[in-house]
Design a protein around this ligand. Structure first.
Ligand code: 13P
Length: 259
């Protein structure tokens, strides 16, 4: 069975003081999270401070992106070994905001993903369709293209080491989450593709998270879907109360579905 995974993506939010307070609140609220794995992804500037606050706690640290080279003349970029040195174990890759705002292509995302694996970071590959793509019936085509390109040249064993996040662009930051069955259908499709790209066993082990307007009020229904293994949370991860409530519900529903 897959252990539910809940990741907080803080995006471009938080002074150092705010990040420390948020991490402290989450640590306090989740002293011994059982049956759930928890990760927070603060902005780069707060990684060291948050690592200090979370030291010795089961809550793990992730980054929101990375460069694909280990070092070099790449002004403004951050290399995977720098993240590892700060205590990061996870990295989000291919988030729709980076695809859209920075112009990250599938090819670049693939380079980053392979580099992350080489340096021992667990990549969370994000895929998802826009409103227009869904309207045109291109949801499955879009996520399939993103998944195949993102995992090009990745071995079956490496596929087993990563996580996926299905984040429909129309659901991000809009307050309108995908219906659980609607997301579950896409997750099932992605898992089928993973079976083909790696193996059935590997596909069964990979966590596929849902992201897009997840909050404490809707997480139960989402994670009750057998194919939804947790959540990638934006806005609602910015308060300790909101995030810990989501984590606790995901753990409870995950445990119930394993009974
Ligand atoms: P919201 O939870 O704010 O919709 O953001 C989702 C997201 O993009 C997480 O990566």
């Amino acid at each position: 069975m897959r252990t539910p995974l809940v990741i907080g993506n803080w995006k471009m939010h938080g002074t150092l003081a705010e990040a420390r307070a948020l991490a402290g609140g989450i640590r306090e609220g989740l002293k011994r999270p059982r049956g759930v794995q928890v990760v927070v992804c603060p902005p780069f500037t707060a990684l060291a401070a948050v690592a200090e606050v979370l030291a010795g706690s089961p809550i793990q640290l992730g980054a929101q992106t990375c460069h694909h080279e280990a070092a070099g003349a790449h002004t403004g970029e951050i290399a995977p070994p720098m993240l590892v040195e700060l205590g990061c174990r996870w990295v989000l890759l291919g988030h729709s905001e980076r695809r859209k705002e920075i112009g990250e292509s599938d090819a670049v995302i693939n380079l980053k993903l392979r580099a992350a694996l080489v340096h021992g970071l667990t990549p969370v590959l994000c895929v998802g369709e826009t409103t227009e793509e869904r309207r045109q019936g291109l949801t499955f085509t879009t996520v399939e293209g993103q998944l195949r390109a993102g995992l090009a040249g990745v071995t079956a064993a490496q596929v087993g080491k990563l996580a996926l996040a299905y984040e429909p662009v129309w659901a991000i930051g809009t307050g309108v989450n995908a219906e659980p069955s609607q997301a579950g259908e896409v997750h099932g499709y992605l898992r089928g593709l993973l079976s083909e790209l790696a193996s059935k066993e590997v596909a069964q082990a990979v966590r596929i998270l849902y992201g897009g307007s997840v909050k404490a009020e809707n997480v139960d229904g989402l994670v009750a879907e057998p194919e939804i293994d947790g959540a990638l949370v934006g806005g609602a991860s910015l308060t300790a109360a909101g995030f810990t409530a989501i984590v606790k519900k995901a753990a409870r529903v995950g445990a119930a579905s394993r009974e």
